[in-house]
Design a binder for this molecule. Structure first.
Ligand code: NAG
Ligand code: NAG
Ligand code: NAG
Ligand code: NAG
Ligand code: NAG
Ligand code: NAG
Ligand code: NAG
Ligand code: NAG
Length: 478
């Protein structure tokens, strides 16, 4: 999702410069040296010594993370942290003295996790900025109302902080933007209509905020948009008509966890480059349009937790790897043939889809690659044995609340399996010792009997069976 093209570009420049460095590192402008040393003094923790080469009196152009292209002025400052490794990240605040680096094109200080303070206002004074990455830190407070003055910006990553308040209208002046990442903050209010000015946007990420209202009709001129993420907010109402304008270019549409309603429009058939469609956890209703058959590049399709009804079109789309249709109002009766014939599916979730078949009749084309299966809350009968025997990479199997009837003692499952939920079925026999290797198990409300193998699972995992004994229940009678 995130593009690292620019970072790669910087990386190749770094190598290129190192090759040229026979002439010796350029000296460094005193303003830049002073600005960088002030930045260093705002950093309170640098456990990996990321800034150890930053010493007064040495040329700042040769300091780690600092690049001066063509002159004694710093053009790139790139010190990226490691979110999962605090020992390779910086803590502290961003010194306003960085405003002295007047020639800065690129500033990349993301993923440190512990850089705090308000929005770095010095950015507003830098007139050559093209790329700003301060994502995944702990910056807070509002975005400046005049953020639009940095109108040289092409990519900005502010995601994963704690910014509050609304998206400033002046964002409409950042007309060169192709990447706008504001996701994972605490932003409120509506999407300003002015965002429709950003005609070069390729990636708009506002997911995981507290935005609300309807999605404004902003897409008409965004003819380059590839990724749109508005998920995990409080948007309501129907999809805006202009969204069809991005049909020829869009690769991913993520609108999950909002309060969107209405039907899925028939023009969805025109989004023929779409690889990922996530509409889960909304209030979409009506039938899934036949036009889905034209989405022949679809990889991930998640329509779960809506109010959709039959008939579901036959999506003979060989690229589907991730399919979740759970918790709608479907009455599929069987696992559809087109699902069964998907050649590279690794996640299948059809919970509460009105499936009434016997699992013995299900012969998926490529069972080997399944990693996640959820068929809970259907009326599936028969045995799991044959299917499980064919899988090799299964991590999670959930079939709670069906009519499965088989001898659990005979069950063998792949060593990869971590989660098995068989609760509320008609399973009989003994619980096999192999369940001890699982991380999560639930076999409650079946007809199991006999001595339980030694495991650490709580009693509720085994509750309401016919005659189980041994820990966590009372000892078996001898
Ligand atoms: C942030 O700081 C706290 C306490 O100073 C520390 O425990 C934590 O590991 C740091 N996290 C990161 C990502 O640096
Ligand atoms: C955009 O920039 C123009 C010219 O600099 C300015 O007049 C206008 O107020 C700005 N728009 C917003 C919404 O800030
Ligand atoms: C979702 O939208 C419905 C109307 O479509 C409204 O009644 C409901 O309160 C909304 N829920 C939330 C959480 O906003
Ligand atoms: C799918 O696309 C073809 C041509 O690209 C078009 O003729 C057909 O009507 C479309 N099908 C649906 C159901 O929209
Ligand atoms: C869709 O979004 C939901 C919630 O935001 C998430 O749990 C799920 O993994 C997403 N599905 C796909 C295919 O990424
Ligand atoms: C499971 O597979 C093994 C070996 O591949 C085979 O011997 C056994 O009969 C199979 N069991 C079932 C129930 O298909
Ligand atoms: C299950 O195991 C029992 C006892 O080991 C055996 O009698 C029975 O035939 C087995 N069932 C199947 C379907 O393999
Ligand atoms: C097992 O499932 C039952 C019923 O679905 C539930 O009440 C119980 O909390 C679950 N136990 C565990 C350990 O998941």
């Amino acid at each position: 999702m995130n593009s690292f093209s620019f970072t790669l570009f910087i990386f190749s420049i770094t190598i290129f410069l190192q090759c040229l460095s026979s002439t010796g590192a350029a000296t460094c402008h005193p303003d830049d040296e002073a600005g960088l040393l002030a930045f260093k003094s705002g950093i309170t923790q640098d456990p990996s010594g990321m800034l150890s080469s930053w010493k007064k009196g040495t040329s700042c152009c040769s300091w780690k993370g600092v690049i001066c292209l063509n002159s004694d002025r710093v053009t790139i400052l790139e010190l990226v942290g490691f979110l999962k490794k605090p020992e390779r990240s910086l803590s502290g605040t961003l010194s306003p003295s960085l405003a002295k680096l007047k020639h800065l094109n690129v500033i990349s200080l993301g993923d440190h996790g512990n850089i705090t303070g308000s929005f770095p206002k010095f950015l507003l004074q830098l007139t050559k900025l093209r790329y700003v990455d301060i994502q995944n830190n702990r910056l807070s407070g509002p975005l400046p109302a005049n953020i639009g003055v940095i109108n040289t910006l092409e990519e900005i990553f502010l995601n994963g902080n704690k910014f509050t308040g609304s998206i400033p209208n002046s964002i409409s002046n950042l007309t060169r933007l192709s990447y706008l990442f504001l996701g994972g903050n605490l932003l409120t209010g509506t999407i300003p209509y002015e965002i429709s000015n950003l005609k070069l946007l390729q990636n708009l990420n506002l997911g995981g905020n507290r935005l609300s209202g309807t999605i404004p009709d902003i897409f008409e001129s965004m003819t380059l948009l590839k990724f749109l993420d508005l998920s995990r907010n409080g948007f309501s109402g129907e999809l805006p008509p202009s969204i069809v304008s991005v049909a020829p270019t869009l690769l991913a549409l993520e609108l999950s966890q909002n309060n969107l309603s209405g039907t899925i429009p028939g023009y969805i058939s025109r989004f023929n480059r779409l690889e990922k469609l996530n509409l889960s956890k909304n209030r979409f209703s009506g039938v899934v349009p036949e036009g889905f058959v034209n989405l022949t590049n679809l990889n991930n399709l998640d329509l779960s937790h809506n109010l959709l009804t039959d008939q579901f079109p036959d999506l003979i789309i060989n690229t589907i790897e991730y399919l979740d249709l759970s918790y709608n109002q479907f009455q599929l009766e069987t696992i559809p043939k087109w699902v069964t014939s998907l050649p590279s599916i690794f996640l299948l979730k059809l919970a509460k889809c009105g499936i009434k078949m016997s699992l013995d009749d299900w012969k998926p084309a490529e069972p080997l690659y399944f990693h996640y299966i959820d068929l809970s809350k259907n009326e599936i009968s028969g045995s799991l044995e044959r299917f499980l025997n064919q899988t090799e990479y299964l991590l999670e199997l959930r079939v709670a609340g069906n009519k499965l009837r088989f001898d659990m003692g005979n069950l063998t499952f792949p060593r990869t399996l971590k989660t098995l939920d068989l609760s509320r079925n008609l399973v009989f026999g003994k619980v096999p010792a192999t369940v001890a290797g699982l991380e999560r198990l639930n076999v409650s409300q079946n007809h199991l009997c006999g001595e339980l193998p030694a495991t650490l699972f709580p009693a509720s995992a085994f509750a309401c069976n016919d005659c189980l004994c041994g820990s966590p229940f009372s000892p078996c009678k001898v």
